[in-house]
Design a binder for this molecule. Structure first.
Ligand SMILES: Nc1ncnc2c1ncn2[C@@H]1O[C@H](COP(=O)(O)OP(=O)(O)OP(=O)(O)O)[C@@H](O)[C@H]1O
Ligand code: SF4
Ligand SMILES: [Mg+2]
Length: 393
């Protein structure tokens, strides 16, 4: 999905005050969101957990970025730091900048930050039921967004709420607006959360595991809806997930996180076709395939590290089939640009891409090397087949 620019980026939400400095921004000036060297730590009784370690990435208007990684890799903390909703203490931003339309959100006073949060950068969560108020009807809750933030009267706000419920494909929206959250299925509740997040016409929507609690068919429907809404509104979309399969059709780019670092960043098709980091390769191998027999699924062995005791060198080294001595000592392999919008943080990225790495880090003799194009094509077609099959279910 190509990035789409919109020409009405400034001051779209006319009733909201613009935080200082944002008037001057235009898409030509830089990225919509530009996170630079973000560092977050949690000071706990067990020690200091380095949850985010100098993460840098960006998001443009109309673009869809997936943040992928196992549990505890720092995906939600990244989102919380952008939103300014870190659990603090014990969490603290210890470094970096989060530029939104050229303004560093981390430097904004809280009252200005509040003008951005939920309005210009909105977020939806995995657990829609607990995010909705059980004692009010969903129509009232959505309408309240329009009443409080846009000053609409009661009947206009209700009409807007119903319009949004229809837009997120809730059948019989006029009648269902009078229902309470518990009267909806998980997928419908997630649609209601999406409607609430979109009520204020945000420029960025962060969706933190929005489909994890849903069954496969509903997951695909919600992803499709998010993709449609993103294309329609031109907003930037950040999709947080631990499941590579669910974001394939929606994401333009993927950041893979491990132990609080971005270890690979790539366009979605490049990443699927030929992962440039062994961790990404492991994640791809752990996607179920319909042509696999039971027991063939290759989960990555071991567990992510305790973030209070991240291993020296490459944090992935205890689990990496290719690890060599250099991987077990500092410095940490840096995230290196590979061209074409790709980057990877592995000492052996080039060898991996060339098909020259085998477990234990031995170089494959030239005669037995598999040409990169063959590996890439095979991986891409396998993954594409899995995704299509998964969505058709
Ligand atoms: N409230 C907290 N108190 C202490 N440490 C925390 C807290 N929240 C997060 N952390 C630390 O930050 C790390 C990253 O947490 P985060 O919630 O970002 O993981 P995640 O990638 O979103 O995982 P999941 O897929 O399980 O949601 C955790 O492993 C933990 O060490
Ligand atoms: S740097 Fe070494 S341990 Fe880390 S991913 Fe690359 S090969 Fe594996
Ligand atoms: Mg999370």
């Amino acid at each position: 999905m190509a990035a789409k620019k919109r020409d009405d980026g400034i001051g779209r939400v006319g009733t909201l005050a613009e935080p200082t400095g944002m008037q001057a921004w235009s898409p030509d000036d830089g990225h919509l969101l530009d996170v630079q060297n973000l560092a977050v730590e949690f000071r706990t009784r067990d020690g200091v957990a380095k949850a985010i370690n100098r993460a840098s990435f960006h998001l443009d208007q109309g673009e869809s970025l997936a943040i992928l990684g196992e549990s505890g890799s720092g995906k939600s903390v990244t989102a919380q730091a952008i939103m300014g909703i870190l659990d603090s203490p014990p969490g603290f931003v210890t470094g970096g900048q989060v530029f939104f339309r050229g303004v560093d959100l981390l430097k904004l006073p809280e009252d200005q930050r509040r003008m951005v949060r939920g309005r210009r950068i909105a977020m939806i969560f995995q657990d829609a039921l607990s995010a909705l108020n059980p004692v009010f009807t969903v129509g009232w809750q959505i309408a309240e967004m329009f009443r409080v933030h846009k000053g609409l009267n009661k009947s206009d706000a209700r009409a807007e709420a119903i319009r949004l419920m229809e837009r997120v494909n809730i059948p019989a929206a006029t009648q269902r607006a009078g229902n309470f959250p518990h009267q909806f299925s998980g997928g419908m509740r997630q649609r209601i959360m999406i409607a609430m997040a979109l009520a204020l016409d945000p420029e960025i929507l962060i969706a933190d595991e929005p489909t994890t609690a849903l069954d496969v068919t509903v997951q695909a429907q919600i992803m499709e809806l998010l993709g449609e809404l993103q294309a329609e509104t031109g907003m930037g979309l950040i999709l947080i997930t631990h499941d590579l399969g669910v974001v394939a059709d929606v994401a333009d780019r993927i950041n893979v996180m491990y132990a609080g670092r971005i270890v690979e960043a790539a366009e979605v098709h490049d990443l699927y076709a030929h992962p440039a980091h062994p961790y990404t390769e492991g994640l791809l191998e752990s996607i179920p395939r319909l042509d696999q027999v039971a027991g063939e699924l290759k989960a990555i062995g071991g567990l992510p590290p305790n973030l209070t005791r991240i291993p020296a060198g490459c944090a992935f080294n205890p689990r990496c089939r290719y690890a060599q001595d250099i991987c077990r000592v500092d410095p940490v392999p840096p995230l290196v640009e590979l061209g074409g919008g790709r980057s990877s943080a592995c000492h052996f990225t080039h060898e991996l891409l060339a098909g020259k790495l085998v477990p234990a880090g031995k170089l494959v003799p030239a005669a037995t090397q598999v040409p990169t194009a063959t590996r890439a094509n095979r991986a891409a077609s396998e993954v594409a087949a899995v995704i299509e099959e998964g969505i058709d279910e």
